[in-house]
Structure formats: C-alpha cells, structure tokens
Design a protein around this ligand. Structure first.
Ligand code: SF4
Ligand SMILES: [Zn+2]
Ligand SMILES: [Zn+2]
Length: 305
C-alpha cells in the first residue's frame, strides 16, 4: 500500500500514510483538538496524569514538544509486578527529557497499597482504585492550572457507553474534551487532548517515535465493567467499522443538550466539601473517606488543612 499523499511506503493503513505524513497528521489532530476546544492557554501550568503507558507518554511528549509547561504526575497504587515496571519506565523518560515528575503513593496517603486493601475488601479492585486515584490526582493537581489526561477516542467511547448503560446522566454531561466540574472550587479542570485519536493511531505514533512501552495491562483490568464494555465495543467495531468514532461524534453533538438537561433537572448538584477531609464532594462524606472507613485504612488529610 502507498501513501495517499506522496506515494511512499505506508506505516499506517487507515488512512494510508507514510511515516512522515502519519506523524504530521497525528500531531495536527492533537494540536487542532487543543485549539478547537480551547483546552490550554499559554502560560498555564499543566499536570499530566502519567501511568508510564503509551497514551499518557504520547501526551507528555506532544505537550512538551509544543512548549507547554508540563509536570508528570503519577499515582503508585501498589500493584505488584505491574506499576513498579511502568513507573521505572516513566522515571527514565522524564529524566531523559528534563520533565519534573511527582509520584504519589497509596501507601503514603492511605496507609496501604491497593494489593493490601484488596485483601480486606470484597469490592472489585478497579472500584477502589478509581476512587482513590481520582482523589489523589485532584488533591495534587490543585497546584496546577490544568490536569491533562491521556484518554483516547476508544477510552471515551467506553466511558460514554458505560454511563449510558448505568443511566448516569450527571457523569454523561461531564465527559468531553474538557471534562469535569470545571467551576467547582478546589477542582482543577481536566483536559483530554487525545480525545479524537483512535487507540491504534496512538499505538502507531508511540511505536514510530520510539515511545512504546511493552508492558502488559494491569492484572486487575479483567475484573472490571470497563473491560466488558471495551470487549463489546471492539467486537462491534470489527463488524461495523467506524462505530466508536460515530458514537463519540454523536455524543459531542448531544453534549450541549445533555449539559442543559443536567443543569435544569438538578443532576449537577452544587459541590461542597467532605466533612472529614475537606476535599470537594457532593455528599457530606466523600467516596474516598467512605471507602477508607469501610476498608479501615488511615485517613487522607487535606494538604495544608
Ligand atoms: S485496571 Fe483497575 S486496578 Fe488496575 S490501575 Fe486501572 S483502575 Fe486500578
Ligand atoms: Zn507520504
Ligand atoms: Zn473525604
């Protein structure tokens, strides 16, 4: 197959592009997303949520390449045989490129690793992990103007379908390239510059640019609702190519209506603060503090409180 722009040998088939044209098309897509959705203003300080995986590494690379002020922020949940490897890669990557790196550990914040917590809890690991990870990211992103996430189009298609199936209208109204409760005090806005990039494009770019990490997935992913939805979407995409892109674009065109409806129906409750840790929370006690009590791990204190 030949590049549709110059006739050279292709490195990517859909669309057919050679190495140079694929790289410039991919980078243009990401930077156009940033500009079109006004994700970043010059001078803003950006924490990039990094796992050491391909998506967040590509994001870190592209934001640094365009000259943004980036700091990598990683969460060490304490998942033996997995997170230690991805963090070793991330440490090396940041050191070689002079990118500041922060690592925040469950062990320090909550008194136990995720592996240890799961010995005491009947809950699924991803439920516990997701609550505590969001808690720590939110707390430490407060020193920054933006928190950038490496979510790609496939991730977003999963989030849309998961929240549709759960009829979670409040969360549905808060997805999108600029996500979250953007006006709440103590809450750093989240941005997703890879929002319109398919997972296979991110994978190809990371491979071509030598950013590839060959780590396997978290061993706990098999046990999650997200994995079920991901497998369903992949099967459906195989028989209906373009389905995920259609889903995300349909969602984007419905987003203003979903946001209006959520506001009118009171689904977007005003965000107060947790009575125990004082982090932003719609309930009197936030989910992290409730879970912590349930699993009986130590209290996360608000920094500086
Ligand atoms: S797959 Fe689940 S347990 Fe593993 S890092 Fe992701 S949320 Fe945490
Ligand atoms: Zn070409
Ligand atoms: Zn709390």
């Amino acid at each position: 197959m030949r590049c549709r722009k110059c006739g050279e040998r292709t490195v990517f088939s859909s669309p057919a592009l050679c190495k140079d044209h694929f790289i410039s098309a991919f980078e243009k897509k990401v930077y156009d997303t940033i500009d079109r959705y006004k994700l970043i203003s010059r001078g803003q300080r950006i924490a990039v949520a990094c796992s050491g995986g391909k998506d967040s590494t590509v994001l870190l690379h592209l934001l640094q390449k365009r000259g943004y002020d980036v700091t990598a922020m990683a969460i060490d949940e304490g998942i033996a045989g997995y997170r230690d490897k991805t963090l070793a890669f991330l440490r090396r990557f940041c050191f070689e490129r002079g990118i500041p790196l922060q690592v925040h550990r469950y062990q320090d914040a909550f008194g136990a690793s995720l592996d240890h917590m799961m010995q005491r809890s009947p809950r699924k690991p991803c439920t516990v992990c997701g609550v505590f990870r969001r808690y720590l990211l939110n707390r430490h992103a407060r020193d920054f103007d933006l928190l950038a996430l490496g979510h790609n189009l496939d991730d977003e298609a999963q989030s849309i379908l998961m929240n549709l199936l759960l009829n979670n209208r409040a969360v549905l109204s808060r997805l999108g390239p600029k996500a979250g409760i953007v006006e709440a005090e103590g809450f750093t806005p989240r941005i997703k510059p890879l929002y319109l990039c398919r997972e296979k494009e991110v994978m190809a770019y990371s491979f071509i640019q030598n950013l590839l990490t060959d780590f396997t997935e978290c061993p706990n992913i098999v046990d999650s609702f997200r994995a079920e939805v991901r497998d369903f979407l992949n099967d459906h995409e195989a028989s209906h190519p373009g389905f995920k892109e259609l889903l995300v674009h349909e969602y984007l065109s419905s987003l203003p209506r979903l946001q209006r409806q959520a506001k009118d129906s009171g689904d977007l409750e005003p965000v107060g603060s947790c009575s125990l840790c004082r982090e932003p929370s719609a309930a009197a006690v936030c989910r992290a503090c409730s879970l912590k009590k349930e699993i009986r791990v130590s209290s996360p204190e608000r920094q500086g409180a």
